[in-house]
Every structure is written in C-alpha cells, then in structure tokens.
Design a protein around this ligand. Structure first.
Ligand code: NAD
Length: 487
C-alpha cells in the first residue's frame, strides 16, 4: 500500500502558510491515497478555536480545489485544534496527552511530524520543549520541518541550528526550500546527468556563462515587516538562488539520493569564490524600486521605513573556484516590482572557434547556443541552435528547439509543498537544504551584506516594471556579455 502513517503537529496552525499551502497539500495527499485512515493532524496556535471551527477553516482552505464535500468532511475529521502558547510548558503536557490519544485512536505507530509554521524565533523554544516534555517517540519516526528564513547571517543560522540540534539529528530536520519542490528545478539533475550531450559540455571549455533570474512582479505586499528586515539578498539569494546554482554546478553524485546530492552540493557551495569587500562593490549590485504615478515606491509602502536602505533587488556575478567552472561567471538576479513574474535559467555556450560559412556571406552568422530552462510560468526548455535556411544556396539561421510540459499534465501534478510533504513522509530529504549547505551559503552572502551595511546606497534606483537598475546590465556589458532575457 502507498499509505503513509503519521501524526502531524502544526505549530502556527492558524497562520497564512498553513491555510494557503499545508492544508491543501495534505488534502491532495489524502485524495491520492498517500494519507488514508492512519493519519491525524493537531493544529496549534494561540487563538482559542474549537475543533468545529478548525474544521471549517480546513474546508475553507480547500475552496479553490475542485472537491467533493463529503470527502472534505471526512478529511477534516482527522484534524484537532489545541490552543497553545509555545512558551507555556503546561501546553506541551496537554499536547503530549492528545498526541498519545490520537496515536492509539488512529494507529499511528509513533510516527511524528512537527511542522514549525511560525516565526523562527520560536523554533528553539519549541524544540527544547518537545525534548524536555518527552514528546518525541522512541518507536516511530520523529521529523521536524522548518521554513525560511533560516537565520539572517551565518551566526544566527548556527545558533538556530544548535537549538534544533539539541533535540533533532540532522537526518530528522527538513529545511524547506520550496524552489526544490518545483518541477523544472527537480528536472536539472535529469537534464544534466541523463544526457551525455549536455554533461560532456558542462564545463568551462564549452560554457561561456550561466544566468539565473528569479523575477517578481509584485511589491512587498503583506510581508513588509519581514522583508524590510531581510532584503532580496537574504530572502532569495542565500537560499533559492544558491540552491539552484548548486544543482547546476555540482559534480555527479555517487548515488542520486539524499547523501549523494548533499555531499556534492556542499562541495560546490564551499567552492564559491569569496569576495573581498572591494570585489563586492564591483560584482554585486543592489536596488530599490521608486514610485511612479500608479505604483507605490518601496519607501512609501505600508510598514516600510521611509528611509529604508533595504534591497528589493540584487544582481551579482558569482565565480566558482574549481577546475570545472574556472573562469565561468554565474550572473544571478532577483527583485520585486520587475517587468514580469518568471523564473528562468540561461546556459550560454561558447561560440565555435571558426565560422566557415562567413566566406559565403557576411550574413552567415552562427547562433549562440543557449539552453534556457523555463522554470515558471511555463515549464520546459529551449535550445538555440544554428541551422541552414531552407532553399537554394547556403545561408545560416538561428533555430530554436522548444520543449514545454503539457499544461494540463502540469496542472494535475503536485504543487511544490505537496511534493515536499510526500518526500518527508517517505523520509527522503534529497530536495531539502542540509545544514552544511546553509552554512556555506551564509558565509558567501555575509561578506556582501557586510559591505552593503557599511556603505550607503543611492536609492531608489530602478523603475517599477523594469528589470532593475542600470548597474545590473553594466555588470555584464563590462564583461562583453548581455542578459539573455532583456526588457
Ligand atoms: P503567520 O503570521 O500567518 O502565522 C504565524 C502563526 O504562529 C499563527 O498561527 C500564530 O497564531 C502562531 N503564533 C504566533 N505566536 C505564537 C505563540 N507565542 N504561541 C503559539 N502560536 C503562536 O505566519 P506564516 O506566514 O504562516 O509563516 C510561518 C512561517 O513560514 C514563518 O517562519 C515564515 O517566515 C515562513 N514562511 C511563510 C511563507 C508564506 O507564504 N506565508 C513563505 C515562506 C516562509
């Protein structure tokens, strides 16, 4: 049977993440049969809700799905609410009793999943109470799931990790990076290690540069308080962008599993070229959007400091100090209020050394081979090639090989959170961020952040609806290169 057996305890069960992502994902796992009779969920948060009210919230959170009402009721009946202040010991005692009761009632075999869908400053408290009140079980599995942000620099990340590690082993900790749950991000190892025609060329001899763009159209929206204490570098580069970069650049793992992939990701993240502060100023660009007649500027947004120097955009050139990637720049950029919402990776190959067709006509140029991995909104890839024009004579032209996943198939496939929850139920942390990856990523980012903290930016410096400040283009033109995606 594909049925998985577990008790979920969701800390922050009334929150945005729980309602928007976790409940729909759990429901999808339920209707697909991965969760059946042997699962239960305890939602805890401060609000004094009844189980009945909680069931209504669960049903509401599924309103966007095309669902059968009777099935929703049956699903919701597995949910229990316990009002709980995470700093109060007494509540953990109640929680333990409820957990044991549900374990007996549903036959959960001591399998426990703790989802910390709360601000990270509570993680340490929760973890230490789970240990001191003996809530972890000796007979089944115990797994803890945490969300970003994992610290705001190496020191705070280490502190957080030490707190969690006092209760959980590394192989019990699942650090979510939802980009690792996306279809086309998971496709990267398949493309690289499943295609000799790519992997044979996947190095500094044949690749000129790689570009990673995570572009957002919206502004800070309702996460302003968090965002204005974080910025784009910490919010997007330390985690998502460096994770994508590590999948693109790691050596072939001995085995395609958690240990194999983790080992190779760690190696490459520890090989990122560490900038000196002088190098930061030339290789990293920060930006903040201004206002237009119709769009509110960053500093005018609700709950943002009017003189905030926080970055809503970052672009950078990352180098890797190893043999394979020697001399190959990885240009990365991400920001809010950009032209469009999309994620793409462009792998730009070097030109052939000679163009033997040019003697026929000066117009016989060779296309630059670019492999574009479209992560979203479309999911697929494009490969730019040189071909011959149809007809008499000999003339070259650029041709594009295009592959796109079927939209319906994609719509029917699991969303990132559903995929990742399924992995957790299986005890597979391949698509999660391990501690040494986090540590190496922060050490790289800290140098940049420190330089920025010590130097005042001139903000605002980009218009909403653009692709960021001029300096982000200059970063490439200086190297005689260009962004493949331009506005
Ligand atoms: P939220 O503010 O909507 O929810 C926080 C939850 O914590 C609520 O249920 C609240 O009742 C509970 N809570 C707060 N203080 C408590 C206390 N002392 N005792 C008991 N319960 C308490 O937050 P969210 O948006 O759901 O985010 C949760 C976590 O996920 C955060 O770490 C956040 O950074 C992260 N995250 C959220 C999103 C998202 O899309 N919402 C995306 C990425 C990461």
């Amino acid at each position: 049977s594909k049925e998985k057996i577990a008790l979920f305890t969701i800390f922050g069960g009334t929150g945005d993440l729980a309602r928007r992502k976790l409940y729909p994902s759990l429901f999808n796992l339920y209707r697909k049969g991965y969760l059946q009779d042997h699962f239960a969920v305890i939602g805890t948060a401060r609000r004094p809700w009844t189980d009945e009210h909680y069931h209504e919230v669960i049903a509401d959170s599924l309103a966007d799905l095309d669902v059968d009402d009777a099935l929703v009721q049956k699903f919701a009946s597995h949910f229990y609410y316990q009002s709980h202040d995470v700093t109060d010991v007494q509540h953990y005692i109640t929680l333990k009793k409820l957990s044991q009761k549900l374990d007996d009632q549903y036959g959960l075999q001591g399998n426990r999943i703790f989802y910390l869908a709360m601000a990270p400053n509570f993680f340490g408290t929760i973890a230490s109470h789970l240990r001191s009140e003996n809530i972890l079980t000796p007979n089944g599995f115990n797994r803890v799931i945490i969300e970003k942000p994992f610290g705001r620099d190496y020191a705070t990340a280490k502190e957080l990790n030490d707190q969690l590690s006092a209760t959980f082993n590394e192989n019990q900790i699942y650090r979510i990076d939802h980009y690792l749950g996306k279809e086309m991000i998971q496709n990267i190892p398949a493309m690289r290690f499943g295609n000799q025609i790519l992997e044979a060329l996947w190095n500094h001899d044949y690749i000129d540069n790689v570009q990673i763009t995570l572009s957002e159209k919206l502004g800070v929206e309702e996460r302003a308080v968090y965002y204005d204490n974080s910025g784009a570098l910490r919010d997007m580069v330390q985690n998502h962008i460096l994770q994508i970069l590590s999948l693109l650049t790691m050596e072939q793992p001995a085995n395609f599993d958690e240990d194999g992939v983790n080992a190779e990701k760690v190696k490459v993240l520890e090989s990122l070229h560490q900038y000196t502060s002088d190098e930061v100023s030339t290789n990293f660009v920060r930006g903040q959007y201004g206002a237009t007649d119709t769009v509110t500027g960053y500093r005018q947004e609700d709950k943002i400091e009017p003189d905030s120097t926080m970055d809503s955009f970052v672009a950078g050139k990352i180098m890797i100090d190893n043999e394979r990637w020697s001399g190959v720049p990885f240009y990365v950029r991400t920001g809010k209020r950009l032209k469009d919402k999309f994620t793409r990776i462009d792998v730009v190959f070097k030109q052939p050394l000679t163009n033997i067709f040019q003697n026929l006509s000066a117009e016989n140029q060779l296309a630059t081979n670019v492999l574009t991995i479209n992560v979203e909104p479309e999911a697929g890839f494009d490969l730019q090639m040189t071909g011959k024009q149809v007809g008499q004579g000999f003339a070259t032209m650029p041709v594009n090989l295009h592959y796109q996943h079927d939209a319906q198939e994609l719509a029917d496939s699991p969303e990132a959170y559903e995929r990742l929850l399924h992995d957790i139920l299986n005890g597979d942390a391949t698509n999660f961020t391990h501690w040494h990856q986090v540590a190496a990523s922060w050490k790289f980012v800290d140098v940049i952040q420190k330089y920025w903290d010590e130097h005042q930016p001139e903000f605002p410096n980009y218009a909403p609806g653009s692709m960021g400040p001029q300096a982000a283009d200059d970063l490439l033109t200086r190297d005689d290169r260009q962004w493949v995606y331009k506005d």
